[in-house]
Design a protein around this ligand. Structure first.
Ligand code: HEC
Length: 177
């Protein structure tokens, strides 16, 4: 903590200068602590109550903030993948806490319950936001559809120029015709 500087010819006597410096240092410390307390309170409040929350708070704020830890919505497979990834980054969670945290995440941060996308009716925006297509790929789907008529199957969709067939395969649960 740096001391506040007094001008060389300050009229305040040395002893008092030190006392003021000390006071300011203590005040600064309190303000700092308060800011931290608020930050933690804010972060803690965002998480819904339930089994596994304490464990999540214990393990998932060591490398980044809790906000990032719950920044995605996904199903059990997705969360399992995330946990594996974090273990790969060096998280040394116990087996018992692993299951608790995983169950908590699956329950409180599930994949969004949106109906599947009908690729014969979808707009470019929907193709982008719901299927994660790039803007150029979405445009390509619309152009192909306009030229060739409705898609009848996943294989039809995979024929669209610029489309990555693997990506379409991975999203097949979310696609209807
Ligand atoms: C040993 C360090 C470490 C721990 C502990 C950790 N993470 Fe991470 N996490 C990372 C790193 C590194 C990244 C990627 C870089 C970044 O985005 O900061 C990351 C990123 C993420 C992301 C962003 C999306 C992604 O996959 O890149 C999520 C979600 C996440 N972590 C969730 C969690 C959860 C849930 C926990 C607790 C079970 C956790 N993390 C604990 C290191 C860690």
């Amino acid at each position: 903590m740096t001391r506040p500087r007094f001008p060389r010819n300050s009229k305040i006597p040395i002893g008092r200068r030190i006392r003021i410096s000390h006071k300011m240092a203590v005040m600064a410390q309190h303000v700092g602590l308060l800011a931290w307390a608020c930050l933690f309170a804010a972060a803690a409040q965002e998480l819904p109550d339930g089994a596994g929350r304490a464990e999540l708070e214990k393990w998932c704020r060591n490398c980044h903030d809790l906000g990032k830890s719950v920044s995605v919505r996904q199903d059990r497979d997705g969360w399992t993948l995330t946990m594996t990834k974090m273990a790969g980054y060096g998280m040394k969670i116990t087996d018992q806490d692993y299951s608790l945290v995983l169950d908590y995440l699956v329950k409180n941060y599930p994949a969004e319950d949106l109906p599947p996308v009908n690729v014969n009716k979808a707009t470019a925006i929907e193709l982008e936001s719901r299927l994660g297509l790039k803007r150029s790929q979405a445009a390509s789907v619309l152009a192909y559809r306009a030229k060739n008529g409705d898609f009848k199957s996943l294989d039809d969709l995979k024929k669209v120029p610029q489309i990555d067939p693997e990506k379409i395969e991975a999203k097949k649960e979310r696609i209807t015709f």
